[in-house]
Design a protein around this ligand. Structure first.
Ligand SMILES: *Cc1c(COP(=O)(O)O)cnc(C)c1O
Length: 217
């Protein structure tokens, strides 16, 4: 039961750690069940899927964009999401700032780090993270609140550790700079198979799908 798995995971999380239920492909009924059991944040990968779920579920939970956001979807994204965890370029940041400005809203964002430095993956390369933040932190309708990473592996969770560690080091480094208008508060790392390692490496937002909702078909 989704309900039992949500309760169990919530009860085992250390204080200060927040669960994001990664809801891609799940029905609104399944998402409702998770919310009923105490889930407070729903993570969505696709704007259209998020809109549909949001239309039915609304603001009783918070909504995080955890998938790649295309610049032509920012307006819809700005209407649904309470945080965009996947900002990896100046272009996307500018576009989000513009649409949020039109809506008189300030969007909290995380910078997605391409911690595996894989060409085909989204997110900013680790060595460019500080520069990206420096270029966008003055924008008035987005607010940098931390970092997010996926890491390259699906297999052995220990293989993810070095990527989580690297992201944590970037997080600490930027935090220590104490940049104006930047709040290094959230470190979003870890999925069903890797969240324990991520917690050991300092994650305080974990994004869990399979472990709550079961295998995706
Ligand atoms: C699907 C997804 C997750 C959750 O993955 P599971 O292995 O199902 O827990 C976390 N983060 C992102 C960005 C995802 O797309």
């Amino acid at each position: 039961m989704i309900r039992d798995r949500v309760r169990e995971l919530l009860s085992e999380l250390p204080p200060g750690v927040t669960l994001v239920g990664a809801a891609k492909t799940r029905t609104p009924e399944e998402i409702f069940e998770a919310i009923d059991a105490g889930l407070e944040i729903v993570g969505e990968n696709y704007v259209q899927e998020a809109e549909r779920a949001y239309h039915l579920i609304g603001n009783r939970v918070r909504w995080h964009m955890i998938g790649h956001l295309q610049t032509n979807k920012t307006k819809k994204a700005a209407m649904v999401f309470d945080m965009v965890e996947t900002v990896g370029s100046v272009k996307l940041a500018l576009e989000l700032d513009k649409v949020c400005g039109n809506m008189k809203k300030i969007m909290p964002i995380l910078i997605e780090i391409n911690s595996g430095e894989e060409e085909q993956k989204s997110g900013v390369m680790p060595e460019n993270a500080t520069f990206l933040i420096d270029q966008i932190r003055h924008l008035r309708h987005i607010r940098v609140m931390g970092l997010m990473t996926m890491g390259p592996f699906e297999g052995n969770p220990e293989d993810s550790r070095r990527y989580f560690k690297k992201t944590r080091e970037i997080f600490d480094g930027i935090k220590a700079m104490d940049l104006p208008d930047v709040e290094m508060r959230y470190l979003s790392m870890g999925m069903s198979n890797s969240y324990k390692v991520a917690l050991e490496e300092g994650a305080n937002l974990i994004r869990i799908g399979t472990k709550l909702f079961g295998e995706r078909t």
